[in-house]
Write a protein that binds this ligand. Structure first.
Ligand code: MN
Length: 244
């Protein structure tokens, strides 16, 4: 790691964690504080992303699926004051050291809460283009935005079963493209931990009403609604914090 460890690794308030966990403020979606976690409001109307994502899918996805992850995460930490003091990012980066009776619930529902909170934030009707430092990093790593999106789409389409496709940031600011199963994300990795920069939900509940089995069609169209101004700003914030 070339960055300052002071910022990447920070001791958790939870004494039972045997390794330090990440607490990067910039890694959190806007709402993610502490228990009891709240379902964030959608930053736009249900139909705002039509025709790429239909209003009915957005409503069910946010009001039922995301709400369910928040409710189950809160339930899992009920009566556990030590865990209730941890932020969502601390819970996810420390998930492998959590007490066994809550580990799977935090992994699935904490991951689901984080992933969806970020998902809503990284979409807008007309996506635009990466800018500034992010544009430079994309060109340096992948040679062009088009080439990067091609790799991103392959990762998202190729994820077997339910999961996510991601553009992530490593501790040195370097970009990567990965996919994860279920509600996992790269904050949970024990080795090669990355900060999610933006991600696409490829669970069938994210696209089935409109696209049925045509995941590739959904993924391609989704790339036109990436909120690149937001993602570029998020990259700048993460870089700044990584550099301390
Ligand atoms: Mn989902």
């Amino acid at each position: 790691m070339t960055m300052t460890r002071r910022d990447w690794l920070r001791s958790s308030s939870a004494a039972f964690l045997s390794v330090p966990v990440v607490e990067l403020l910039s890694a959190s979606p806007a709402h993610a504080a502490e228990w009891p976690f709240q379902l964030p409001k959608l930053p736009y109307a249900y139909d705002a992303l039509e025709p790429v994502i239909d209003a009915r899918t957005m409503e069910i996805h946010h009001d039922r699926h995301h709400a369910g992850y928040v409710r189950k995460l809160n339930a899992a930490l009920e009566g556990k004051p030590e865990l209730q003091k941890m932020t969502l990012v601390e819970l996810l980066t420390g998930v492998n050291q959590l007490p066994e009776e809550v580990r799977t619930a935090v992994r699935n529902n904490g991951g689901g809460n984080y992933n969806h909170s970020l998902f809503w934030e990284v979409m807008q009707k007309n996506g635009g283009q990466p800018k500034g430092e992010l544009k430079k990093a994309i060109n340096d790593t992948f040679s062009s935005v088009e080439a990067m999106l091609e790799i991103f789409q392959k990762a998202a389409i190729g994820q077997f079963g339910s999961g996510w496709g991601w553009l992530t940031v490593g501790p040195n600011g370097k970009l990567s493209i990965i996919s994860t199963p279920n509600q996992d994300n790269s904050l949970m990795f024990m080795v090669g931990r990355q900060i999610p920069l933006m991600g696409i939900d490829v669970w069938e509940h994210a696209y089935y009403l409109k696209y049925q089995n045509k995941r590739a069609d959904y993924v391609q169209k989704w790339c036109s609604i990436i909120h690149w101004d937001m993602v570029s700003d998020r990259y700048n914030k993460i870089l700044k914090e990584l550099k301390g």
